[in-house]
Design a protein around this ligand. Sequence first.
Ligand code: SAH
Length: 250
Amino acid sequence: MDEMALLVDLHKRQQRQGPGGAAQTQQAMALAGLNGARPLQIADIGSGTGASTLQLARSLDAKITAVDFLPDFIDVLKGDAEKEGLSEKIETLVASMDALPFEDASYDVLWSEGAIYNMGFEKGLQAWRPFLKPGGLLAVSEITWLSATRPAELQDHWQSEYPEIATASAKLALLEKSGYVPLGYFVLPESCWLANYYGPLQDSFAPFLARHKDDKGAAAIVAAERAEITLYEKYKSYYSYGFYIARKQD
Ligand code: SAH
């Protein structure tokens, strides 16, 4: 199996493919002023298997377009939506976030948890803005420095992984520069990383390795995931995901 197929096999069995939580999705909805009062058009970009898509569908009167470029993740989402009786609220789309086939001014809300980094925060903000209706809302989570300084080992790691990592004040300034009015920001707590994401992922390593016995690629993937978890445990006071909520500036 190639590396991508192995990664999909590991992650598609998880409830989430990145740090997050139902309570935090709910908190972001509250900061955006979404209370289910009117029918909303929402796109959930980089939905993965749909933890946030399903949460939005449970809470709001909305039509949600869940977009991901991995068909396997979208298939899991579709199955789960059906099981919960939420299919009528959710439409799925296999597409890349940097080439979304959306019409201008067609969405009330753009949602994206732990995914915008795939095209870059600033590029994503700019590319997605036209899809929002006037006064439309954006809710995105993005890896964020929690302090002005940090150890060199950590700085070097993120410099090579994702040099756009920055403090919240820098991310908020980028929102303003890109034509959005910041409405709120909060930091994902440790439970979003450990209890909701890394914990279940760690539990899945043994069965994953058993499914791919003697596959060096599979062993390498588990080693890389373990290294990422170790880094987080060592340096979690310096970085997390920030959840940013903003309104399209007229
Ligand atoms: N929002 C989900 C998944 C986050 S992981 C959650 O919080 O659990 C990031 C997701 O972005 C993955 O599902 C991955 O398949 C998707 N992704 C990565 N690059 C993409 C791209 N270019 N276009 C669309 N989706 C992409």
